[in-house]
Design a protein around this ligand. Structure first.
Ligand code: ATP
Ligand code: MG
Length: 270
């Protein structure tokens, strides 16, 4: 299967996120300056679920941090709805691999805390509480809203992180291996929740993952990065499965097998 046969025609509407000729490098003690990300162009449309996969150290997190405005680009530009991204913005919600909740606050208070800092809206205490509860319910955490992070499992903490980012209603959700630190069973449960979340609440997602099955389950498009240095996107694959998706039907689809082996071989080089 060639990458061309998998790549659908792009629409002509303005992309919500546009990476134009970006490159990025870091100083290296032995080799001097090392370019990590080679010239990269990507257009991401509103409502798309994009995953980025690629070998460890190729620059996936670096790309996500540049989109988040947490790292500058060396060359080129990144824009959000036509405006250049130069610093972190409320329109870009971030979920990292490790949950970063405030340990002295309950799950509900963690979500409220984020909502309170939103300068776009002043809300009453009651409004904040009911909004936080609404988002905790979306990730099936209503029963644990009063627990503090130490009283929550890793998977539950990640779900609070997702609820918190989602509650701020960003234009784009950026997720860096959000399920990476979880055991296989919890991970699968959360994949299904994330699937439901993105299908019921259409929003743009850009997620880094190592997991080919996760990418196939969740994405509209999979960007495969090659190995570094100067790593680039080597395949931009349109995932052809309709939504809502059902895991069992998906896995029985011959196209699923075909894409899965294509992705695995592009990652391992075999
Ligand atoms: N702030 C930094 N200073 C120097 N080098 C960095 C910095 N951030 C990242 N790098 C280097 O850039 C390369 C890409 O890192 P990055 O974290 O983007 O990789 P990744 O694809 O996310 O890897 P993984 O799959 O292991 O998370 C690595 O070699 C890393 O050491
Ligand atoms: Mg990474």
């Amino acid at each position: 299967m060639s990458a061309e046969t998998l790549t659908a025609e792009r629409t002509s509407t303005e992309p919500v996120v546009k990476l134009q000729g970006i490159t990025k490098g870091f100083p290296d003690r032995k080799k001097g300056f090392q370019r990590i990300v080679g010239t990269t162009d990507v257009d991401i449309d509103e409502g798309e679920f994009i995953t980025i996969i690629g070998p460890s150290g190729c620059g996936k997190s670096t790309i996500l941090k540049m989109i988040a405005g947490l790292e500058s680009v060396d060359e080129g530009s990144i824009s959000l709805a036509g405006e250049p991204i130069t610093e972190p913005s409320r329109e870009l919600g971030i979920v990292f691999q490790q949950h970063v909740l405030l340990p002295w606050m309950s799950a509900r208070q963690n979500v409220i805390f984020a909502l309170e800092t939103d300068p776009r809206q002043k809300r009453s205490k009651q409004e904040l509480e009911s909004l936080a509860d609404e988002y905790l319910e979306l990730v099936n955490l209503s029963h644990a809203a009063d627990r503090r992070p130490t009283q929550l499992s890793g998977g539950m903490q990640q779900r609070v992180g997702i609820a918190r980012a989602f509650a701020l209603e960003p234009k784009v959700m950026l997720l860096d291996e959000p399920l990476g630190a979880l055991d296989a069973l919890t991970r699968h449960e959360l994949q299904l929740q994330l699937l439901e979340l993105c299908e019921q609440h259409k929003r743009t997602f850009i997620m880094v993952t190592h997991d080919v099955d996760e990418a196939l389950l969740l994405s509209d498009r999979i960007l495969v990065m090659g190995a570094g240095p100067e790593a680039r996107i080597v395949h931009d694959i349109t995932v052809p499965f309709s939504r809502p998706r059902d895991v069992e039907n998906l896995e029985q689809d011959p196209k699923h097998h075909e894409l899965r082996s294509f992705l695995l071989s592009s990652l391992t080089g075999h």
